[in-house]
Design a protein around this ligand. Structure first.
Ligand code: ATP
Length: 343
């Protein structure tokens, strides 16, 4: 073996890597710990992923834990490159002489400049050739939708930084919309709610825990849970705890949830009549980690009048989709954008 082919879901929150014939071999948070004020990755370039996520918000003065992607795109070029390089090295190892061919899933709404940033990062991180695929297409393939058939498939992929909505037929995206509202905005809405209502400052990790434990988009029954939340009192400056309810978190999440519903309905409004007709039977499939927010499929079903189902294992759909591209790389490579093209 001189080289391997790998598929990467380079996400705002999590990066997943799969290898042809082996499936998903790496699944780690997209976080890097660097020496403050520099782009030097700690532990000889190895403070990446889980190790670094544990440091988020808890670092001493000399260390910063960075999430180099924001809203689904690269916000810190050098750190993204260091992160990709670490993940590629870990998977590719030293057994292979030649750099891997890499298929990377990117949000459908990114600009040519942002695409170039992804391609250059991958190249400098050691990839021999990089191909780009659109995230909603990869998500739909990973969710097992019949994308090559002459019938409409609709995917709503809600990640950490972006929500991708697409209607696909005959292996092509017919309509799509990418909005930069997703799980991170849910966390931010919770942080703002805690500040405004309780004068309490909480970190991103605590906000995410609240969202996962008691967050919801619609009423879940009579006995909705509440939760103890710990943070810093913004007036006294001292640590304290308070109890928050599911209902107040649902209200706090209303704005980002509405933005996502709008993206879905606007995409449907642009669908060709024949494809819209197919969706009456085929319904909508949801993928991405934030599709796990309780009640979100319900509110989308209510807003659209269509059946909505959650894909199996929504967090890995995009990565599993890229692995289907890997299986067919020789056949499909001419149809994908790559670093061989002049973007
Ligand atoms: N059970 C859950 N309920 C609500 N949200 C969840 C749950 N599990 C994970 N999430 C959220 O899912 C998001 C991560 O999803 P995912 O890994 O699909 O995103 P990503 O691919 O990193 O982001 P993007 O596609 O936007 O670049 C995070 O915001 C996380 O808090």
């Amino acid at each position: 073996m001189f080289s391997i082919d790998m598929g990467i879901d380079l996400g705002t929150c999590n990066t997943l890597v799969c290898v042809k014939g082996e499936g998903i071999v790496l699944n780690e948070p997209s976080v890097v710990a660097v020496k403050k004020g520099t782009n030097r990755v700690l532990q000889n370039g190895n403070a990446v992923g889980l190790v670094a996520k544990e440091m988020l918000g808890k670092t001493p003065g000399s260390i910063t834990a960075i999430r180099p992607l924001k809203d689904g795109v690269i916000s810190d070029f050098e750190v993204t490159e260091a992160m990709l390089s670490y993940f590629i090295r870990r998977v590719h190892g030293r057994k292979h002489f030649i750099g891997p061919r890499v298929v990377i899933a990117i949000p459908s709404g990114i600009t040519a400049v942002e695409k170039r940033a992804v391609l250059q990062s991958a190249e400098r991180a050691g990839a021999r050739r990089t191909y780009l695929v659109e995230e909603p297409m990869a998500a739909a393939i990973g969710a097992g939708l019949p994308v090559t058939e002459p019938t409409a498939s609709m995917i709503v992929d809600i990640g950490g930084g972006t929500t991708e909505v697409a209607i696909i037929s005959l292996a092509d995206i017919s309509v799509c919309k990418s909005v930069r509202t997703a799980g991170d905005d849910f966390d931010e809405a919770i942080i703002n709610h805690m500040k405004k209502t309780y004068n309490m400052a909480i970190g991103e990790q605590m906000a995410e825990r609240i969202k996962i434990e008691i967050g919801s988009a619609s009423v879940m029954g009579d006995n909705e849970p509440s939760m103890d939340v710990r943070g810093r009192d913004m007036i006294s400056g001292l640590p304290r705890k308070t109890v928050v309810t599911t209902e107040e978190i649902r209200e706090a999440l209303q704005e980002p949830v509405t933005n996502i519903i709008d993206a879905v309905t606007q995409t449907l409004e642009q669908a060709e009549p024949e494809l819209a007709a197919d969706l009456v039977d085929n319904g909508i499939t949801m993928a991405g980690g934030s599709s796990l927010l309780r009640g979100l499929p319900n509110v989308i079903a209510n807003a659209t009048g269509l059946d909505v189902r959650l894909a199996e294992d929504p967090l890995t759909c995009v990565a599993r989709g890229t692995s289907v591209y890997l299986e067919n790389l020789e056949l499909w490579k001419e149809t994908m954008e790559s670093d061989a093209d002049d973007l």
